[in-house]
Design a protein around this ligand. Structure first.
Ligand SMILES: Cc1cc2nc3c(=O)[nH]c(=O)nc-3n(C[C@H](O)[C@H](O)[C@H](O)COP(=O)(O)OP(=O)(O)OC[C@H]3O[C@@H](n4cnc5c(N)ncnc54)[C@H](O)[C@@H]3O)c2cc1C
Length: 438
């Protein structure tokens, strides 16, 4: 009878999980990759789905298809709710079914959730951007606001519908604000009879005194200048204190004020997913303020050399929650498993190679920080284009994404403007349904 091979369970098929899986391609292991959705998601381009540039399929290829040539992996749909480090098994739920999977080694890469800093009630009126559902809901809200403004006769209601507020001036918030501004000023004019989309106000809010604060003073100033040029109103040192259906209330250095706005979006913070808390409790691992698991330098969970936590849910040496940390962390964990199976010494620390940071502001304009080099404008944007094409998973997706970029950046079109009522209202309906459950 065949001897059972080493069983690796990987939780999450985002950047960390997918790259760990690929790095174990030739290893003598049987991998079970468990993910809450059937697709891998390229989160950095979610804002382009929300603003009608790309289709959801282009940034979310099916995991099965991505891995179809890798024989040693089985892909399962499901949300891991519990890790039992003593019995070495994970408990999983999928719609209508619950199951368990045993492991010899476990790599957990379950990413991060949106954080509303304890004000979860904001989520209903200011969706975050973490999933395809979020992006499609926002797409519906943004394009729907222009449609409703076209029907309105009350000037105050029109103004409210044409006021878009983005909370959080990190890369996602800046990209989102920039794209709504381009939409209003460049793509939509000429398509409505009663309103001029150019009258739309796009307001970007942050509690900090700068935009893109992690990019340094020079790029931060350049980005602010570009945003102003696009017509985005940037309100810094401004803290959101209330969000409701028709507006948002903020505390600024000058006091309290209310902004009437139908469409708000939240890009202001991240927290570790619920699974991180369960693992920390089960293993006795410490967590940081965001709930991320404090791992050993080799990315293992203290006391459990067979459990690795990587990517956004790992707290190690102040590394940021970015794609490269997850990719390289996933590869490192896979390398450690390969070494252990080959009888080699393990426990080498994870060394992160910082390849730089990028954020687009509008077409042909981005800021990029690579080592000591800083680029802004067209050069930064070209770098952005190359990097995103390199890391977008799937050949077909890359081809169609390039075509859509041509349509939007060279032309004036937005090919992916379909928005359904279901996309906009499903979250609330689901919540009401869940509230009624016994
Ligand atoms: C809107 C947005 C824009 C971004 N832009 C950039 C950028 O420009 N550059 C950059 O470097 N980074 C960017 N990031 C950050 C980057 O996407 C993350 O750092 C990266 O995705 C982290 O990888 P990960 O593998 O840790 O988690 P993720 O890629 O989030 O993957 C986690 C996976 O785990 C699955 N999952 C979660 N919980 C469970 C569970 N309990 N059971 C099973 N599966 C589960 C999820 O479905 C998901 O597939 C952005 C993030 C967002 C949200």
């Amino acid at each position: 009878m065949d001897e059972q091979r080493h069983r690796v369970v990987i939780v999450g098929a985002g950047f960390g999980g997918l790259f760990a899986t690929k790095a174990l391609r030739r290893a003598p292991v049987d991998i079970t990759l468990i993910n809450g959705t059937a697709h891998h998601l390229f989160q950095p381009l979610l804002y382009q789905v929300a603003t009608g540039i790309l289709s959801e399929g282009e940034i979310a290829p099916p995991i099965r298809e991505v891995l179809k040539r890798q024989d040693n992996v089985k892909t399962l749909l499901g949300t891991v709710t519990r890790v039992d480090p003593t019995a070495r098994k994970v408990s999983v739920v999928a719609p209508g079914i619950a199951y368990e999977v045993e492991y010899d080694s476990l790599i957990v890469a379950a990413g991060a959730s949106q954080s509303y800093f304890g004000k979860n009630e904001f989520a209903e009126f200011a969706p975050g951007m973490k999933s395809i559902d979020d992006a499609l809901e926002l797409r519906g809200r943004i394009f729907g606001a222009f449609e409703l403004a076209e029907l309105e006769t009350d000037p105050a209601a029109i103004e409210r519908l044409l006021t878009f507020v983005v909370v959080g001036a990190g890369p996602t918030g800046v990209e989102m604000a920039g794209q709504i501004a381009e939409l209003a000023h460049r793509h939509l004019p000429g398509q409505y009879h009663n309103i001029d989309p150019r009258q739309a106000r796009i307001i970007l809010i942050d509690a900090l005194p700068t935009v893109l604060s992690t990019f340094g003073d020079h790029l931060s100033t350049q980005a602010l200048r570009q945003l102003h040029k696009l017509g985005v109103e940037v309100e810094l040192q401004t803290k959101v204190v209330k969000v409701d259906e028709t507006g948002i209330e903020v505390e600024t250095v000058d006091g309290h004020k209310r902004i009437e706005s139908a469409t708000k979006m939240w890009a202001a913070g991240v927290a570790a997913p619920p699974l991180a808390k369960q693992i920390a409790e089960a293993t006795g691992a410490e967590t940081d303020r965001a709930g991320r698991i404090k791992v050993n330098p080799d990315t293992t969970v203290p006391g459990y050399p067979e459990i690795y936590a990587v990517g956004d849910m790992m707290a190690l040496a102040d590394l940021p929650g970015v794609a490269q940390v997850a990719i390289q962390g996933g590869r490192h964990a896979a390398g450690q498993i390969r070494k252990r199976l080959a009888g080699e010494e393990t426990g080498q620390p994870f060394k992160y190679f910082d390849k730089g940071s990028l954020a687009t502001i509008s077409r042909f304009s981005a800021v990029a920080s690579v080592g000591k080099f800083h680029f802004a404008g067209l050069l930064g944007w070209l770098l952005w284009l190359v990097v995103h094409l390199l890391y977008l998973v799937g050949f077909k997706n890359r081809v169609t994404a390039v075509m859509h970029w041509f349509v939007s950046f060279i032309g004036r079109g937005r090919s992916e403007r379909v928005a359904t009522f279901q996309q906009v209202y499903a979250r609330r309906a689901l919540q009401e349904y869940q509230d009624k459950l016994p």
